[in-house]
Write a protein of this length. Sequence first.
Length: 148
Amino acid sequence: MTYWSFRLMMGLGFAGMAVAAAVLWRLRGRGSEHDEDRVSHRYWLWAAATVLFMPLLANSFGWIFTEMGRQPWLVMGLMTTRTGVSPGVTTFEVATSLAVFTLLYGALAVVMVKLSLRYGRAGAEHVPEDASFDPGERSDDDEFVFTY
């Protein structure tokens, strides 16, 4: 489990960086009247839709790697499993906390996916024409601009 979760975590992180670098490379240059055509091919759109979920998945695989990797340290002679168990924690408490965290992270994942899809579908339609993305140029009264 730790072998594959580590590789998935790192692979998704590097894949996200590779997509970002490819888009940056594709968009290099200035003043072209066809800038939007540089990344409008369907492969770029699929990459953009996929890269939205890479941080969530990489974070999840990293958490699995961290938690699953703790047990071997107990077995490798540094500390026995018996001494690594908390004596004051009951099975019910462990199951309850696991269920609560699972439900919480599941709800947060659903919210993240829904927001990503909503803003991904909306695109630039809801951005005011005079909106500035530079925080130094914005005042407190300016309309909020989503810049994920």
